[in-house]
Design a binder for this molecule. Structure first.
Ligand SMILES: [Zn+2]
Length: 284
């Protein structure tokens, strides 16, 4: 696989923007492409039975390269150590400034319990929970469910369209303790916020990079073989970090105009005011 040694400078992959990574991938594959690979891709038969048939995609890829596809997957996973991905953290806050100052901290149940107490104290709509909140916190049986982790998503669309509850209601830990009775109140606090992170892929486990490499090769093959423009399929792909995200990786934040609510038949929750005091900082 020495042919696939990299001579490309570091790129930031933005999954939903094919042009942000397709030329990098194509250049990187160049040493192992068969002659006439663009024509081979477009004329491959049979055509797929459905849009994301992985067997079909791996056969097509194998038909245009001179190396075994498994080796190419491995080598790409290794190559990705030199590159970055634009990843997304979904949350609900009234001011994103702390993410710019301090990065994204690891989930800490003591901090989350303090936040739950604050919300119950501040919100009249949750007054009925006040007598029992300490007991509910003490008896919460999933206290450590997310301790010491940070979750980032490779595809912002999944945070908005499929797992919108982080943006609409905040952390799952908090939602579990407060329960469904707090939904209406939580929807009125803060603003749906996506933190944009430039994640160095060298910080991720080999297995995660292998999965990402496979997704990239499959999607590149699907798009090129079908002459399918630049639309990239949504992927449900999470990075689970065991270290906090430093502020130097936080490149910006923004507030989606709407979020689909997975708890209420995908109701479209429009963001009344998609801004916060830190927005100016993010734009500068
Ligand atoms: Zn903002």
């Amino acid at each position: 696989m020495n042919e696939l040694l990299s001579d490309v400078s570091a790129v930031t992959i933005r999954w939903d923007s094919f042009l942000s990574w397709s030329s990098f991938l194509q250049n990187w594959l160049k040493p192992v492409f068969k002659k006439d690979h663009p024509k081979l891709l477009k004329t491959y038969h049979p055509k797929p039975q459905y849009i994301d048939d992985p067997d079909w995609m791996s056969k097509v890829l194998q038909s245009v390269i001179r190396e075994h596809a498994d080796h190419v997957h491995e080598a790409l996973a290794d190559e990705l150590k030199s590159h970055y991905i634009h990843a997304f953290h979904g949350c609900r806050t009234d001011n994103a400034v702390s993410y710019h100052h301090h990065g994204i901290r690891l989930n800490d149940p003591n901090e989350q319990a303090a936040e739950v107490r604050k919300i119950v104290e501040q919100e009249e709509g949750l007054a009925s929970m006040r007598p029992t909140i300490e007991r509910n916190i003490a008896e919460f049986d999933s206290w450590d469910r997310d301790t010491g982790r940070v979750y980032l998503s490779a595809d912002e669309r999944s945070l908005i369209e499929d797992a919108g509850h982080y943006l609409i209601y905040g952390s799952e830990w908090m939602q579990c303790v407060l329960g469904w009775g707090a939904h209406a109140v939580l929807r009125e606090r803060g603003v749906p916020t996506v933190i944009d992170v430039n994640l160095p892929l060298r910080t991720q486990p080999d297995e995660t990079r292998r999965e990402l490499a496979s997704k990239m090769l499959e999607e590149w093959t699907r798009i090129c073989a079908n002459d399918a423009g630049h639309w990239v399929r949504d992927i449900d792909f999470s990075f689970i970090l065991r270290n906090a995200v430093p502020s130097s990786w936080v490149i910006s934040h923004h507030h989606p105009a709407y979020v689909l609510d997975p708890y209420y038949q995908r109701a479209k929750r429009i963001t009344r005011d998609p801004s916060c005091p830190a927005c100016e900082r993010s734009e500068s």
